[in-house]
Write a new protein. Sequence first.
Length: 85
Amino acid sequence: EMKNGNDYEIVNKLYRQIFNLLLEQEVQADSDLERTIEREVAAALESVFPRIGIKAFMQLSAEEKKKQLRELSNIVKGIRLFNRE
């Protein structure tokens, strides 16, 4: 549960940074395709890592965060590939 508006802002900022990290791995030159990729990444990310999970993520060590981000990236890519078929 959020204690104040600042907690909410921190969670949203970190979630957006994770989203941007995942999106950068999928960058395309075509802006129409890029918008589609943004929607796919956002949907996949929300399905496997809802914003409520940010608080637990923030408590992890730096090494564990890196590990979780690599795993999250692979899961998001897998979801996108699965949904294309």
